[in-house]
Ligand binder design. Structure first.
Ligand code: NAD
Length: 441
């Protein structure tokens, strides 16, 4: 039921129109109707006021402002509904590198249910500056050595691990022992075995564990999945996916096996793997892979440069995936269906997703571009996790989802090593690896 309008303008809309109408009528009598009515508007006292708005009592319901756009324009999203700061879930961000400084900390300012509460870094100088920028108290700044003292910090509900992959396990296990819920960056760890230990540690401590698969919360990718679920394009036959970028620093942790757990596959190839599983809602039964690194290139002495792999699904679907560390940025996939195709450019980027499709219609081929409002992917996924903490729900992308990707990546490496297909015996369905569908605002 619509709630009554609560904002009462000091001068009502009707009163305003009556007043300006009166000025206009006087002008018309003098024979200068149009000019005078303009003058009348100019002479009418300007006063700051509030147009009618609906202000629902429930914090999760948005304020509805006076409408001015026609229905033929793209409508704006509902106004944001941030919780009062003292009701938001407090985050400790661990590791102040590119992702934290460039994306996560700014995104926390756009969150509705999450807020920054603490920082963990190995660089006191960097942390001091970041703490001042984001208003974090000195006593809520920790080193890797004092990390376990987060246990005592009542303002921290969630620890967000944004460290090199090889450190995820240690910091997730220590964080769980400190009694905090854990959001862990992708890839979840270096190996499937480590993932199992992380899941067990969080279960033992009775804390939630979520892997930060932001694409599973991104509107364009979710829309494409919904279209596939409704079979609007008929059954899916083939997925073509690629995620490529160019790297340059052999000293960076991404090129050290112990810290990265692998090369391009766990870093960015993972997006092709995880997003294909997400949009199909199916688990692969077999993989067949090829891997290559340019001999003598110092970037690729420890980790691989290029992986190309095929995933086979029980219903006959094939996914052809490619990931490369020495190709200009290209992040896209296309789903080939019986009656048409769906294409996602910038599929795995932080923004700019471009969803288009083609479909047979008699002698025509209809092309469509589905425009949707952008959202901040990091704010959306953090708010989903906060929602799970507040309402005691399982995250949509729990530890089991991260573990499944590691099982498949290990099969991909094995196949590339042995030069033959490798079977994957998934004991769980895609749905069973997920929590309930997220309620995204
Ligand atoms: P980065 O190198 O920019 O930052 C890593 C941070 O870890 C730095 O602050 C560094 O000081 C700290 N660190 C602690 N111990 C370290 C060690 N022994 N060696 C190197 N650094 C150490 O990396 P990043 O790009 O911010 O990536 C961090 C994590 O986030 C990785 O797991 C990565 O896969 C993930 N990531 C996710 C996305 C996404 O879109 N979800 C994007 C980029 C990175």
């Amino acid at each position: 039921m619509r709630e009554p309008l609560t904002a009462q303008p000091p001068i009502s809309r009707k009163g305003f129109l009556t007043l300006t109408g009166r000025y206009a009528a006087i002008g018309a009598m003098s024979g200068l109707a149009i000019q005078s009515s303009k003058d009348a508007f100019a002479q009418a006292p300007l006063k700051a006021t509030s147009p009618p708005a609906r202000v629902p009592a429930k914090p999760e319901d948005p304020i509805v402002l006076e409408k001015w756009k026609s229905e033929y324009d793209q409508q704006s999203a509902p106004t944001p509904t941030p919780l009062p700061p003292d009701q938001r879930v407090g985050y400790a961000v661990v590791g102040l590198g590119h992702l934290s400084l460039e994306e996560i900390l700014p995104a926390l300012g756009m969150c509705k249910k999450s807020k920054l509460a603490a920082l963990v870094s190995g660089s006191p100088e960097k942390m001091k500056k970041v703490a001042a920028q984001y208003g974090v108290k000195t006593e809520s700044c920790y080193s890797y050595e004092t990390y376990d003292q987060l246990k005592e910090n009542k303002e921290v509900d969630v620890i967000y691990i944004v460290l090199p992959n090889g450190l995820h396990k240690e910091y997730v296990v220590r964080g769980a022992k400190a009694g905090k819920h854990i959001l862990c960056e992708k890839p979840m760890a270096n190996t499937a075995e480590e993932c199992k230990e992380m899941i067990a540690a969080c279960n033992k401590a009775n804390v939630k564990l979520m892997v930060a698969y932001r694409i599973q919360y991104q509107p364009h990718n979710r829309k494409l999945r919904e279209i596939l679920q409704k079979k609007e394009f008929g059954p899916v036959k083939v997925v073509e996916a690629s995620n490529c970028q160019s790297t340059a620093n052999p000293d960076h942790w991404r090129h050290k096996l112990k810290l990265a757990g692998g090369g391009v596959l766990p870093d960015i190839g993972l997006y092709c793997l995880n997003t294909t599983r997400f949009i199909l809602g199916e688990e692969p039964t077999e993989v067949f892979a090829y891997q290559y690194s340019t001999p003598g290139n110092p970037l690729f002495t420890q980790v691989e440069e290029f992986v190309s792999w095929q995933m086979r699904f029980s219903n006959g679907i094939i996914a052809n995936c490619t990931t490369h560390y020495n190709v200009h940025e290209s992040r896209r996939y296309r789903v080939l269906c019986e009656k048409g195709w769906l294409n996602m450019d910038k599929a795995y980027a932080y923004k700019g997703q471009d969803l288009s499709s083609a479909k047979a219609d008699g002698r025509l081929e209809l092309h469509q571009n589905i425009g949707m409002a952008e959202v901040n992917q990091f704010a959306t996924e953090m708010d989903h996790f906060s929602d799970c903490v507040i309402n005691n729900k399982k995250p949509f992308t729990p530890g089991e989802e991260g573990l499944q990707d590691h099982i498949i990546m290990e099969a991909i490496y094995k196949s590339a090593r042995e030069g033959k297909p490798v079977k994957i015996n998934s004991t769980q369905t895609n749905a069973a690896l997920h929590g309930p569908e997220p309620e995204l605002g």
